[in-house]
Design a protein around this ligand. Structure first.
Ligand SMILES: [Zn+2]
Length: 150
């Protein structure tokens, strides 16, 4: 073992601890369901995309979230990669009337975008919370049994 190995050991132990007290995958799945990444019960959003200032159940502060344009970028990425090949396939195979093709894909693209956008925003907030990004990292850790007294 070299001196540089011993210097990196505490950093690895810290990253393992952080992963276990805020697991990333469950937090992102809770965010996908538009629920609080911490308790999984309170709503993240107070409207379609407006984020609550805090979780109504566990009082987790959501003001440090910085999803910004990330969810919109991911939505465009996913919808574009699904709709463009589908549009080409439908056009080549079925040659529908252009107005029919436009109507189907316009409604499909808008509908899929409206479905994905809040879910991806919730996932992004869950990821930020789990990885302690931005202001989420400044919060003290508390055990779940201590959440009720907030
Ligand atoms: Zn909560």
């Amino acid at each position: 073992m070299t001196p540089s190995d011993t210097q990196t050991l505490p950093a690895r132990a810290t990253s393992v601890r952080k992963e276990t007290d805020r697991p990333t995958k469950p937090a992102m799945l809770r965010g996908w369901r538009r629920k609080c990444p911490r308790c999984g019960q309170g709503q993240i959003f107070k409207g379609y995309l407006a984020v609550n200032s805090a979780c109504p159940v566990c009082k987790q502060d959501f003001t440090p979230q910085r999803a910004d344009d990330g969810p919109a970028y991911l939505t465009i990425l996913i919808v574009g990669h699904l709709m463009a090949p589908a549009l080409l396939t439908v056009f080549v195979e079925f040659r529908p009337d252009p107005l029919v093709l436009f109507t189907i894909f316009a409604v499909g693209s808008v509908g899929l975008s409206l479905y994905l956008l809040p879910r991806l925003k919730g996932m992004m907030i869950g990821l930020q919370w789990a990885r302690r990004m931005g202001g989420f990292g400044a919060e003290p850790d508390r055990a779940p049994e201590e959440w009720e007294d907030q």
